[in-house]
Design a protein around this ligand. Sequence first.
Ligand code: CO
Length: 135
Amino acid sequence: MIKKIDHLGIAVKSLEEAIPLWEKMLGTKCENVEEVASQKVRTAFLRVGEVYIELLEATAEDSPIAKYIEKNGEGVQHVAFRTDDIVAELAKAKDDGMRLIDEAPRQGAGGMDIAFLHPKSTRGVLTEFCSPAQH
Ligand code: CO
């Protein structure tokens, strides 16, 4: 079951520039900066109540974030929903005719399992499911 919005993913050109801006805007401190090598990104999480802002910076030219910024500029890149069973959530989405980017969960930042639905099947919203890793 979907529990809540977990975070909004925001593509930025530079974490170094974006983190202080968002810290100032939200009156909070960045909790964690982490590189996710498999996705060629560095991520920074800032907490806003129950929800996080995930700032994403590309670490390579062929990173999904670099491609996103090239096409759309900086901005909100994905919405992530917390689920208690990511495998079941993916199976349900597939049954509902959604196109999956990830057929199986993979490791994301912060010890979470994550998987994406293709924006072509969600009316333009790159959608992430996430749940605390089971392994
Ligand atoms: Co995310």
